[in-house]
Design a protein around this ligand. Structure first.
Ligand SMILES: [Zn+2]
Length: 87
């Protein structure tokens, strides 16, 4: 049984298409981005096109598609986390 990662509830809604209401460009899906691994390397980016809401607390969990997940798994060891902003 899948549980909500926030409150632990088993009451999860169906998988839906995850969109933003951004009017900037045509990138209307959410993406998970990482800093460039080098000057001439593209910025790693993985699209999360589906999501599921918890029917108890309302937390929304985003999911990578199977193809994006394979790509993310293959790259994961080389990805760098963004620097934290100073406190
Ligand atoms: Zn929840």
């Amino acid at each position: 049984m899948v549980r909500c990662g926030v409150c632990g509830s088993e009451r999860l809604g169906p998988l839906g298409e995850l969109m933003t209401d951004s009017r900037v460009g045509d990138q209307r899906h959410l993406s998970l981005r990482f800093p460039r691994p080098g000057l001439l390397r593209p910025r790693p980016e993985y699209w999360a096109r589906q999501g599921r809401a918890c029917l108890s607390c309302g937390a929304v969990t985003a999911f990578l598609s199977p193809a994006e997940l394979r790509r993310h798994r293959a790259d994961a060891d080389q990805l760098v986390e963004p620097e934290q902003p100073p406190d």
